[in-house]
Design a protein around this ligand. Structure first.
Ligand code: WTA
Length: 631
């Protein structure tokens, strides 16, 4: 608490000084003299941090450690197969990254070009990110659980010139055909696919895959054709570092843009203060690099700080529910950072799989991605951490670059389920639906009133959409899309999304995206998707589907539609329930009343409230009746 208070006072005293001092944690080729220049007003919208500074993220994560930490393990890789692991030093990682950067360069990839990464959780995923950063190319990692269709639309949207992938990914004893998906995506992307002139493939499983001469390269052979030295490109602080696609309440996923200087300062700052990793600690974040958590807290934050970061190829439950704790013992992990959904899934297996391991190395436990229920928090604290490890429940978003609200390890841990207080330097507030500020203990919409270095700078190719989505609901302020409660002690409790975004196993999903996938099926006339509480996943996906006239509503068709969404978006978005319905509850002006659909999916048909404005009230009874199949 004392450190938090001291930092907060430093920020209050002089904000520019505070953030310039934090910038000092990085190695700059040219140090910034200006902290920020920000306006969130639509007329004169701009966000700039450290704009006169020059640096390189890859240099920051590798080169600067070579002298003092060259032989220290940078990446500790744990394979899907429990008998496989590998320790890669900072020197070795530096060499691999330089080689990969040189392979990209040799094929004409350079500063400002976009490169899609569709990777398994192997060290090469980190090399690929850092190789792009090294030459100033902008990477966009697409999670391996997305379909060729989803991949194609991202290739198109960002205008990628190269894709880095693997033959296959291994996960929980199964494989995912990454290269085959890339080939299909490039084909589907048409002209945009033709613009991809390099597909660099890492050999992981050795599966036979297609190979297009002139376009495709194998990493394991091309790495030997280049040298192991590659200078890092001097980048202006505001040059983009990466694009990451994320779901919103409307339309297709947005390419959120993060720039170099501010993002790196914020990732490094938050990683140090939240996780307190000592020089010899092994730190483990279980996220996938396809999500922002993997970007900031597997790769950029920890490596910028010279930490040993554990990268895990598999899943927490393979080969069995003890795996996570066995990995902790095997590598003497000091900090674990994972999602509530994983904790709930493991909690269901009882204490046995945890207690048969020692976990003596653990010092701190973290959670991210969704609200953690107090029961799961307590189990994590008492069973996993044996009551001795502080828990950091970190609230943030793809758009925020790093954690904004969280307990710090030295804070008293008395509020299971509360994200508690803002990071020093962060200014959250609550407002009602009209934007009026709410003081003291209150519940409302969570906003930020001031910029911070890690904030996203835009939406790729559509700055209007960026301003519209985040800064127009409450003009001049950043709207998070989350609701929160602030208690008497000033601690924040995140209550979840207040918009049409779902959070399924900690993965963000737009209802609009799933709906448009459903209506793309020839049998479907209309669809509405809502979330409902799910014991393990946090939220499940409930789809109400209206079929075209004359189409038979059968169980087989419902199953086909589930598969169809999986094909269109990817396994991550597979609906839990498909309810074939005769109609949707609409107002006379034709607006779907989602509130009613949510209540029915939640199993509370008794709480529908006023339904008198509906055009066809009898539809509701049919929907309630139809939902009984899921009880
Ligand atoms: C939710 C993940 C409660 C929230 C880093 C947010 C959380 C969305 C927490 C962003 C938390 C994240 N407690 N809810 N500790 N952390 N969320 O962009 O609804 O994948 O808006 O970033 O996850 O998800 P995203």
């Amino acid at each position: 608490m004392r450190e938090r208070n001291a930092m907060t006072s430093r920020h209050v005293e002089n904000r520019d000084k505070f953030w310039l001092e934090e910038a000092g944690r990085l190695h700059w080729f040219k140090e910034p003299m200006v902290a920020s220049d920000v306006s969130w007003d639509a007329e004169d919208f701009h966000i700039r941090w450290y704009e006169d500074g020059v640096l390189n993220a890859s240099y920051q994560c590798l080169d600067r450690h070579l002298e003092t930490r060259g032989e220290k393990t940078a990446i500790l890789w744990e394979g899907d197969d429990p008998s496989v692991s590998e320790a890669i030093t900072y020197r070795e990682a530096h060499e691999e990254v330089c080689r990969m950067a040189n392979v990209l360069k040799a094929r004409g990839v350079g500063k400002g070009d976009r490169v899609i990464l569709y990777m398994p959780m192997t060290p090469e995923a980190a090399y690929a990110m850092l190789a792009c950063a090294r030459i100033g190319a902008v990477h966009s990692v697409v999670f391996g659980g997305f379909s060729p269709e989803a991949l194609a639309s991202r290739i198109e949207d960002c205008g990628a010139v190269a894709v880095i992938t693997a033959d296959e990914a291994r996960r929980g004893g199964k494989t995912v055909p990454l290269k085959e998906n890339v080939d299909r995506a490039i084909e589907r992307a048409g002209k945009a696919g033709d613009a991809v002139h390099l597909v660099l493939t890492v050999r992981v499983t050795g599966a036979k895959v297609g190979f297009e001469d002139g376009r495709d390269l194998w990493w394991h052979t091309s790495r030997d054709d280049v040298t192991k030295e590659c200078p890092s490109e001097p980048m202006a602080a505001e040059d983009p570092l990466f694009i990451l696609y994320t779901s919103g309440s409307t339309g297709k996923p947005k390419g959120v843009v993060h720039t170099t200087g501010g993002y790196m300062v914020y990732a490094s700052y938050t990683h140090e203060k939240i996780f307190e990793v000592a020089e010899d600690d092994v730190y483990w974040c279980t996220a996938d690099v396809g999500w922002i958590t993997g970007h900031s807290y597997i790769v950029y934050g920890p490596l910028a700080n010279g930490v040993t970061t554990l990268m895990f190829e598999g899943v927490p439950t393979y080969p069995d529910a003890s795996r996570m704790w066995e990995v902790v013992d095997k590598h003497k992990v000091a900090q674990i950072y994972t999602a509530p959904t994983a904790i709930r899934a493991l909690m269901r297996e009882g204490d046995g799989p945890v207690k048969k391991t020692s976990r003596a190395s653990l010092k701190l436990l973290g959670t991210v991605g969704e609200p953690i229920n107090p029961e799961a928090w307590r189990w994590y604290h008492e069973v996993v951490g044996e009551g001795r490890c502080p828990i950091v429940d970190t609230w943030w978003q793809t758009e925020t670059g790093g954690v904004l609200i969280t307990p710090l390890p030295s804070d008293p841990m008395t509020k299971p389920g509360a994200a508690t207080k803002p990071m020093p330097g962060i200014m959250p507030a609550l407002v009602d639906n009209d934007g009026n500020p709410l003081d003291g203990a209150a519940e409302g919409n969570l906003i930020l009133t001031e910029s911070w270095p890690g904030q996203a700078r835009g939406v790729w190719g559509d700055q209007e959409r960026f301003i519209q989505t985040y800064f127009s609901t409450y003009p001049g302020r950043y709207f998070t899309g989350d609701g929160a409660r602030r208690d008497e002690g000033g601690d924040y409790w995140i209550t979840g999304r207040v918009d049409d975004v779902l959070n399924v196993s900690g993965h963000r999903m737009g209802t609009a995206e799933i709906e448009s996938a459903l209506v793309a099926h020839p049998s479907v006339a209309e669809a509405a998707v809502v979330g409902y509480p799910h014991d393990i996943k946090g939220q499940g996906v409930h789809c109400y589907v209206i079929l075209n006239q004359g189409t038979e509503p059968t169980d087989a068709l419902a199953k086909t539609l589930r598969g169809h969404v999986r094909e269109e978006i990817g396994p991550v978005a597979t609906p839990d329930r498909v309810q074939l319905a005769p109609g949707l509850p609409k107002t006379r002006s034709g607006k779907i009343m989602r509130r009613i659909l949510r209540k029915i999916a939640e199993g509370h048909p008794d709480q529908l409230g006023d339904t008198s404005t509906l055009a066809e009230p009898q539809v509701v009874d049919a929907l309630i009746d139809g939902a009984k199949q899921f009880e």
